[in-house]
Ligand binder design. Structure first.
Ligand SMILES: *Cc1c(COP(=O)(O)O)cnc(C)c1O
Length: 351
């Protein structure tokens, strides 16, 4: 079925009764977060006068150890703004072939900015090595685009990237005159998992994009951070791309609330993923990639003949599962996980 026709039908079901494991983007603002939004003072952010946006930008910059930040309406806009700020037309971005920047952003940097993307083959954990990076960085030869940016990602499909490895890649990129951007949509999952300060994961990165609307549970928004001069450039680009917002402080208040209250609880999402993965792995008829259960995602393979009837069975019981990827988040309780596990057990008893 057409994916979007399907979503239309889902919109008719009261969302609060569903256990939705398609993504952590489905998280809804909690009552306390809505309270913070309700009371948020606002101003015109294009004039730089929204107190909550200013506070969110400063708070995120500090959290990630950078000079400045800018609030954007989505992670895609944040990555696009970053790539355009780093690259001129005719320059090139090197990124993993499974990264969001390469496969899920409609190649905006190329379409709108004339910057090409050079994909590097990643393994199932989202990794590529130094040799691949070195081979992709072009020499100064007029036949080639100018390699300008290495775009990294952490987590990649729920996998935590080895920090020494990312740092070594960043060093190599810098030695060759490239800047380094980190798509840290789910960086807080990586920080919580490794029990390190987020800034330890971003020290070598020139810019970092963080999503507030995934597991952190804010309804909208991402923050891009970097040096003062980089963010200055990003502000012009954001306006040009139509991303300048006005009294968006109600959204920033939600984002600030998320950063202050929802980072540590990501550990619970990771526990829920382990619970679910372990139980499903014990069933015949379904395979779980246990090596990739590192944060809040569980990748499963079902027999092809089962996959549609499994999805239908789950849906009849108020559970939406992904075809392969299932994502745990703050709107799924441990009781919900137990319910999902017993539904899977029930299904596989009959199949
Ligand atoms: C979700 C996500 C983004 C940005 O997505 P938006 O839906 O535009 O907010 C970027 N990178 C990664 C890795 C993501 O998971």
């Amino acid at each position: 079925m057409d994916k979007y026709a399907d979503m239309q039908k889902l919109a008719d079901i009261p969302q609060s009764t569903l256990i939705d494991m398609r993504s952590d983007t489905v998280t809804r603002p909690s009552p306390a977060m809505r309270e913070a939004m309700f009371h948020a003072e606002v101003g015109d952010d294009v004039y730089g006068e929204d107190p909550n946006i200013n506070a969110l930008e400063a708070y995120t910059a500090q959290l990630l150890g950078k000079e400045a930040g800018i609030f954007l309406s989505s992670g895609t806009l944040s990555n696009l703004t970053a790539m355009l700020a780093h690259c001129e037309r005719g320059e090139e971005i090197i990124a993993g072939d499974q990264y969001h920047t390469f496969i899920d952003e409609a190649r905006g940097a190329s379409v709108l900015g004339g910057a090409t993307l050079h994909p590097l083959t990643t393994d199932k954990f989202g990794r590529f090595d130094q040799h691949a990076l070195l081979a992709a960085i072009k020499p100064d030869d007029f036949h080639f685009p100018i390699s300008r940016l290495l775009s990294l990602e952490n987590t990649v499909s729920g996998c935590v990237q080895d920090q020494n490895h990312l740092n070594a890649l960043a060093d190599t990129a810098h030695e060759h005159g490239l800047n380094v951007h980190l798509d840290g949509a789910r960086l807080m999952n990586a920080a919580v998992k490794q029990q390190v300060k987020p800034a330890e994961l971003t020290e070598k990165m020139d810019s970092v994009s963080l999503c507030l609307s995934k597991g952190l549970g804010a309804p909208v928004g991402s923050v891009l951070v970097g040096s003062e001069s980089f963010i200055h450039k990003a502000r012009r680009l954001r306006k040009m791309l139509g991303g300048g917002m006005r009294q968006a402080g109600i959204l920033a208040a939600a984002g600030l609330y998320a950063l202050k209250h929802h980072i540590e609880p990501l550990a619970e999402d990771h526990n829920k993923a382990i619970q679910l993965a372990g139980a499903l792995d014990a069933l015949h008829g379904i395979e779980v990639d246990m090596e990739r259960v590192q944060t809040n995602m569980v990748f499963v393979k079902t027999r092809t003949e089962d996959s549609e009837s499994l999805q239908d069975f789950m849906r009849q019981n108020g559970v939406i599962i992904g075809a392969e990827r299932n994502v745990l988040h703050r709107d799924i309780s441990m009781d919900d996980v137990d319910k999902v596990i017993s539904l899977f057990q029930q299904f596989y008893r009959q199949h």
